[in-house]
Design a protein around this ligand. Sequence first.
Ligand code: MEV
Length: 428
Amino acid sequence: MKFYELSRQERLNQLQQQGVLSTASSAYLLKKPALDEQVLNAMVENNLGEFNLPLGVADNFVINGQKYVVPMVTEEPSVIAAASNGAKRVALGGGFATTVTERLLKAQIIVTQVTNFADFAARIKDVTAKIRQVANDAHPSIVQRGGGFDHLTVSQVGDNFAEVGLWLNPVAAFGANLANTIAEAVAAYLQANILIGQEAVLAAILSNVGSKMLVTTECTVPVTVLATKKIAGITVAQRLVALNQFAHLNADRGTTENKGILNGIFAVALATGNDLRALSSAITTYLMTEQQNVLSTWQLNLEQQTLTGRLTLPLTIGSVGGAINSLPSAQISLEILQQPTIEQLMGIMASTGLANNLAALRALVTSGIQAGHMRLQSANLAIQAGAVGSEIATLQQQLNRSNHSDLAMARAMLQQLRDKKVNKNNDN
Ligand code: MEV
């Protein structure tokens, strides 16, 4: 049986057999205990309870030669199916290859009334060693873990602003708190010792820019793996490349293609307890500065009959710290991913985005997106129509068999189903 055809218990058993899930984690997922009151209170103000979303896994992933099942949290039925579908095709070409060349977080100290920028910059540069010491003393534990202050930049902004950029190595964390702590300590030192005249610190805060937290994932597949029953692989590949070219030329389409990529990225980010707002703002700035409509590029190699996809984007995430440590489900997701390094997690997240992208583009240029979407949406439609228990699966099957399905039709079918049942009971 295919993984998606198994029951939930059987899927959990299989993950245990694969050695990526402990018995305790499997029991936790089955029982779904509520979060501790203390955790809820620590995480939000005015807590009222929990908001639940489904956690599933996409299978078939091969990334840098290693097999993964990828935990994803999403409310959209087709997202996990699309990720598994894309990953299966990519695995046939050898899988994804990912690279992270640097991982630095920026903190900004914003200074006003800088009338002589050259002099300001020289004063800051002169005390670089002292700034390093102030920064590292403000957060000794990150230094013990091999991170801390890396280097600084000084920039003129407008006529009389200056920015002191502190570039920090947050090791496996995203590092928002450590960046803010360090920025405030260095700002206080500068204000007391280095600024002169009217110069004044306006604010000290991390930047959510991800220009030094980029990850690239790449895959090459033989075009034959893209074929459908009716359309040859080479034709699918040509159409897919053309659709991606269109997105590079057209922001309205680029926005939608990016949404498909983010389907994968955000689902893994949520599953691992990461901050979607940080990711969204980093990715938006990246697209603006690169003047790009779409994050991925697909190219055809006619001679080799292969299709290559490439995705580069900033992933401002962590594999430790904050909600990641407090949420048991985020810990289980990391367990399923075999406790990845932060660079591996970035690669997994990006590759899931590219897998979703491949599946979406292939569907769009062949059968269209609605065929697959509606098949998966029909369970939701059945629930919305009022189906309960075994009615859901029966109604889902009936909806899938009909050419057209909407809520009205789902309600009518449910009524028929119930009428039939009543008649049958009466006959007995
Ligand atoms: C739907 O969630 C995502 C797609 O719209 C992405 C795309 O159009 O590339 C299918």
